[in-house]
Design a protein. Structure first.
Length: 326
């Protein structure tokens, strides 16, 4: 039941990437099929807001997040700010017309979900996109801020994961079945190799995974899954035999040492501390020069690839890097 990728928050979930590469085509095919049948299979606007509990989380949130970004509203009946925020989210879910699905979670009845997402207070709003959990905001928020956050979420879902959303028909009956899955695309020439690389990662054979991804890229340099997989495998390979305590102590003792900061940033990212990893390397860029500075900059760019160019944390870190360099 635990949200996928919570153990490496912000780092690429390769299974989700593989699904996402096909999601846009499937969604577009489903929309076209619904249109040919006069909207048959489309969801009602009422189905864009659902109540979710622990038992239904896997099917109603994780699985649905491979079709559409799912926004999770953690709330409780006694929470006055929740009573102000929830109606806004519900209205926007309908207004966005299937570009995201709103899932409401009553924290009093679903303590385990609250703990798994690390919710410290409510209202709290998260998103799950292609199986990956992302914090959006906590506490009261103005509608302009909420819209900006949702626009960014929808953009990331479309551009990075190919999620074009649900087909909505105002005439559809609430509770109607979801659009039928589009036919599977033919197997690609590198599917078997990519699957083997994922299995090697799962088995801890990092060297084998790295080599397999490199082989795919030698034949298909633009393969997105192989690029992301190679970046993650190389990151895991670098930290495999590291002593975390020693690495972090050395980084603390030597703030101007490029290699010490690079090693600590790798550990930060693997641990899910994305902002810490980026901030550490941006700070190192500021205090180093020459080859050391270039080494830090290049590692930061590599970590951007691991997280994904459209991630808002990458966007913010790119701006910080530009300020540090110029």
């Amino acid at each position: 039941m635990q949200p996928r990728n919570m153990s490496m928050s912000g780092v690429v979930d390769l299974a989700a990437v593989k699904q996402a590469q096909e999601a846009k085509t499937k969604a577009e095919q489903a929309r076209a099929e619904a249109a040919r049948h006069g909207g048959a299979g489309a969801v009602s606007p009422a189905d864009l807001v659902i109540d979710v509990d622990e038992a239904g989380f896997e099917s109603e949130v994780l699985q649905r997040s491979t079709e559409v970004p799912v926004v999770i509203d953690f709330w409780a009946e006694w929470c006055e700010p929740c009573k102000q925020l929830s109606p806004v989210l519900e209205r926007l879910a309908v207004e966005y017309n299937g570009r995201f699905l709103l899932a409401r979670v009553d924290v009093d009845a679903n303590q385990m979900l609250m703990q798994q997402f690390g919710v410290q207070g409510i209202p709290a709003v998260f998103a799950v996109v292609a199986g990956q959990a992302l914090p959006l905001f906590q506490g009261a928020a103005g509608e302009a801020q909420i819209r900006q956050t949702l626009d960014q979420l929808v953009q990331v879902g479309e551009e990075r994961f190919g999620l074009t959303g649900l087909v909505v028909d105002p005439e559809a009956e609430p509770g109607a079945e979801q659009p039928a899955a589009a036919p599977e695309r033919p197997a690609g020439p590198h599917d078997a190799a990519l699957e083997a690389a994922v299995q090697a990662l799962d088995a801890g054979d990092l060297g084998g995974a790295v080599q397999t991804y490199k082989n795919v890229l030698a034949e298909d340099p633009g393969n997105t899954e192989a690029k992301l997989g190679l970046a993650q495998a190389e990151l895991l390979q670098r930290v495999q035999n590291a002593d975390p305590q020693k690495v972090r102590q050395e980084a603390a003792d030597k703030p101007g040492d490029a290699q010490a900061q690079i090693a600590a940033a790798d550990l930060d990212l693997v641990g899910g501390h994305v902002e810490d990893a980026f901030g550490r390397l941006v700070d190192a860029v500021r205090v180093t020069a020459g080859d050391d500075r270039n080494a830090v900059r290049l590692r930061l760019l590599e970590l951007f690839e691991v997280v994904g160019a459209d991630d808002p944390r990458v966007t913010a870190a790119r701006r910080a890097l530009a300020r540090a360099l110029f």
